[in-house]
Ligand binder design. Structure first.
Ligand code: ASP
Length: 295
């Protein structure tokens, strides 16, 4: 029954990063699936996200995360399990591994969300903020600054998993929107907006965070599933809600009864999955929804 589903962001994924994105998805799926075989859903989802945060060639998370308009990197992440235990961090500048820091909040603090200096106090081995920049993220930031366009997002990473014991977990990690104001918090660390898990579903979202927050997208999808709406239709309705709130993007979801799928209404979405030794990873450029049933 164990299932792992990951994403590497929605939006306009540039053609020149597609090969690196697909190989990064593959490595993350393999790392997460190996953990799922011997561990639990939470460990597997965290392993997959950590692999994408460590990847310097693709993805808007960890090393290579997109900078603020000032050129600094401020990371957001969240972890949520089906038993309700959860941790999240925002405005993190001193480690690439924001999801692991969110896991520290989940397991070692009495809180759910820690920001900035509060979260950074839990980092064991802080690194300079500049070390999170890569040649590619610097170049993208310079191009954004020269063009003076609105903030854009692409390449956020996330994973959802169901393990053989029926536990679900969702993990999401991001640098947010390229050119965001310093101090801006997106949907990723807001439980119910960009990340959510309960006893029925685990959801990880990507896209324009302001719209996902207004639509409370991940929880909206969970509520539709709880109400008995068929999964494909529930994903469509959740994404319609994002559109109504002025944004676009995508999401991945797995259910406790072994259904899993993804959908997006932006130009593209990077996604991958593993189930019983089968799997796939790709940058999809045809907006829509797909759902599979295991077993
Ligand atoms: N949702 C992220 C944010 O708004 C960005 C993204 O998914 O690309 O922070």
């Amino acid at each position: 029954m164990a299932i792992l589903l990951i994403h590497g962001g929605a939006g306009a994924i540039a053609a020149d990063v597609e090969n690196d994105t697909v190989s990064g998805l593959q490595a993350a799926c393999d790392a997460g699936a190996a953990r799922l075989a011997s561990g639990d859903a939470g460990e597997a989802a965290l392993e997959a996200v950590t692999a994408m945060e460590a990847d310097e060639r693709a993805f808007n998370a960890g090393y290579g995360a997109t900078p603020t308009r000032e050129g600094t990197v401020e990371l957001d992440a969240a972890v949520m399990h089906s038993d309700g235990s959860s941790g999240a961090v925002t405005l993190v500048r001193t480690t690439p591994f924001a999801a692991r820091l969110a896991e520290v909040v989940r397991t070692r603090t009495p809180h759910v969300l820690l920001a900035a200096h509060g979260a950074e106090a839990l980092v064991d081995d802080p690194v300079p903020n500049e070390s999170l920049l890569t040649p590619r993220s610097r170049a993208r930031w310079q191009a954004w600054r020269d063009a003076q366009t609105a903030p854009t997002g692409t390449g956020t990473v996330g994973a959802v998993a169901l393990d053989d014991s029926g536990r679900l977990a969702a993990v999401t990690s991001t640098g947010g929107m390229l050119g965001k104001w310093s101090g801006r918090v997106g949907d990723t660390p807001i439980l119910g907006a960009g990340t959510y898990a309960d006893e029925r579903v685990a959801v990880s979202c990507t896209g324009r965070g302001e719209a996902f927050m207004r639509a409370v997208t991940a929880k909206a999808l969970a509520d539709l599933v709880a109400a008995g709406v068929e999964l494909e239709q529930a994903i469509r309705e959740a994404l319609d809600g994002v559109r109504r709130h002025g944004g676009e993007g995508g999401l991945i979801v797995v259910t406790a009864d072994g259904r899993y799928g993804a959908g997006f209404n932006s130009a593209s979405m990077a996604q991958g999955w593993r189930w019983k030794g089968q799997g796939d990873q790709r940058v999809s450029r045809a907006p829509g929804v797909w759902v599979r049933t295991s077993g």
